[in-house]
Write a protein of this length. Structure first.
Length: 375
């Protein structure tokens, strides 16, 4: 990233990089993917290192970091191709709870930061088209509680979740910001049906079907009908994390491809000397630098007081990062040739990870439309 690091930020960056180099090698990652896509021991290590509380205050078990520290962490996680859902749990879900219900946050988040509790945000729905307020899941008030009905899709880390932070509409129209509420739903709750699956990078995700799920009043997080601001703030920070992680993956793909071109020889010379290949590598480098700029734009956008303008700026930044990620990943595979398609080599894994990060919180095409005000 293109800003001068403080001593603490440099220490965080170096400690993350050193730990991942030692414990999250490519072969270790392949083993995690083969074993199911989530390593509980790695997750506890992330908690012990303080990474899961990077953007949380000390009172909630965090390290009092901000968006810059979060971006540094996720850029390194991206370089290591980490498949565990750090951003989904430690940023999106944690920040929703933090902003929506400070009292419950003190109860729930210290254990999350330590790696002992897994909360997953259940917000995204099919057809949302990048609209954060577009929620069709309904919460109907009944004597003593509420009844939830609806469908949530593409929840990274869902198969490992102990509880879900579910958004549901208690009032307002289809796209109204007012009318959204939050509920803490245990993963084993009656009426919650979970469909688990693996994403193309080997990570885990699930869809949820809520069939008249009954909750008592203690399940509510925060005030009724007022969840949008918490969702908006959490989504903004999670978007920064996703861009930073994609940047880390792109950087790995670029440098791996450069090294390969320098080592691979044809006609007695390194193929890096071929002008056409040098131009394609330069195009990859330009895309990576553009993504660096988009990360800086996203960090700057977090300080925008106008929420609509902030959402638009973040959507554009993530859309461009997603487009660049697909380009860099595809070029890396092309320049490697057949070896780039094998499971034993890292470049294909880089491309798959970039595709997953592009889809999370809205893919490039959807975000272009949302930023332009197109449903």
């Amino acid at each position: 990233m293109q800003f001068e690091l403080t001593e603490d930020q440099a220490l965080l960056r170096d400690s993350v990089e050193r730990c991942l180099d030692e414990t999250y090698t490519f072969e270790a990652r392949r083993g995690i993917v083969a074993a199911g896509g989530f390593d509980a021991a790695q997750w506890r290590r992330f908690g012990a290192m303080g990474w899961l509380g990077t953007a949380l205050p000390d009172a909630l078990g965090g390290i009092d970091g901000g968006a810059e520290e979060l971006a540094l962490l996720h850029e390194r996680l991206g370089r290591a191709l980490v498949v565990e859902p750090v951003a989904s749990i430690a940023t999106l879900a944690a920040q929703i709870v933090r902003h929506a219900d400070p009292a419950r946050a003190r109860e729930l988040l210290p254990a999350l930061s330590a790696g002992d509790r897994l909360l997953v945000a259940a917000h995204h729905e099919a057809g949302a088209a990048g609209r954060l307020a577009r929620v069709a899941t309904r919460a109907e008030r009944v004597p003593g509680g509420v009844r939830l009905s609806g469908h949530k899709v593409l929840l990274p880390g869902g198969p490992q979740a102990e509880s879900f932070v579910v958004t549901a509409r208690e009032g307002g129209g289809h796209d109204d910001e007012r009318g959204l509420s939050l509920f803490l739903v245990p993963a084993q709750a009656a009426g919650l049906h979970r469909h688990d699956y693996r994403l193309i990078d080997g990570s885990t995700a699930c869809d949820l079907q809520l069939d008249g799920l009954l909750l008592d009043t203690t399940a509510r997080l925060g005030a009724p009908n007022e969840a949008f601001a918490a969702l908006d703030d959490a989504h903004a920070l999670a978007t920064v994390a996703a861009i930073a992680e994609a940047l880390g993956v792109m950087d790995r793909a670029l440098h791996t491809t450069r090294d390969y071109l320098l080592e691979r020889r044809q006609f007695g010379v390194a193929i890096a000397s071929f002008q056409a290949l040098r131009h394609r590598l330069a195009d990859m480098a330009i895309a990576v630098e553009q993504s660096h700029a988009m990360l800086q734009q996203a960090l700057h956008a977090l300080h925008e007081p106008d929420r609509a303008q902030r959402r638009r700026a973040l959507a554009l930044a993530k859309a461009l990062a997603g487009r660049n990620g697909r380009f860099v990943g595809a070029q890396a595979i092309q320049l490697h040739g057949g070896i780039g398609m094998t499971d034993e080599y890292q470049i294909g894994h880089c491309f798959k990870r970039l595709m997953v990060l592009d889809q999370w919180l809205g893919d490039a095409e959807t975000l272009w439309g949302a930023a332009a005000g197109v449903a």
